[in-house]
Design a protein around this ligand. Structure first.
Ligand SMILES: [Zn+2]
Length: 116
């Protein structure tokens, strides 16, 4: 533990995909939930309000893939051997805007309603 690390405002969590530490606000929280059929799933929790044990990862397909490959979800969520489905999380990540590998800040502001 070195106190001289870079100052990150707010709490820091470790991404279960790439294992890098990042500000909690940059990571997506996921929790163990169940789908309509009662099967265990990894559920995205973007607002971080769900009770229970959560895990954090970068909301990117790269970190998702890493976490899936290493079975990091079931370990982090303490659900070993339950066959947690990560499908809904993958769908969620795919629906996020701007999570492709190349991000540019020169986005034209379309459909931005600032004030009415
Ligand atoms: Zn990551």
């Amino acid at each position: 533990m070195s106190p001289a690390s870079t100052a990150v405002p707010g709490p820091v969590r470790t991404c279960i995909g790439c294992r890098e530490r990042a500000a909690k606000s940059e990571l997506l929280r996921v929790t163990a939930g169940s789908d309509a059929d009662g099967r265990p799933v990894v559920a995205p929790d973007p607002t971080a309000i769900r009770p229970g044990r959560g895990a954090h990862l970068h909301p990117t397909s790269a970190c998702y893939d890493l976490a899936v490959r290493r079975r990091a979800f079931s370990r982090a969520l303490r659900r070993p051997g339950e066959g947690l489905s990560t499908e809904s999380l993958r769908t969620y990540l795919a629906s996020l805007p701007g999570t492709t590998s190349t991000t540019s800040t020169t986005d034209h502001p379309s459909q931005k309603e600032l004030e009415q």
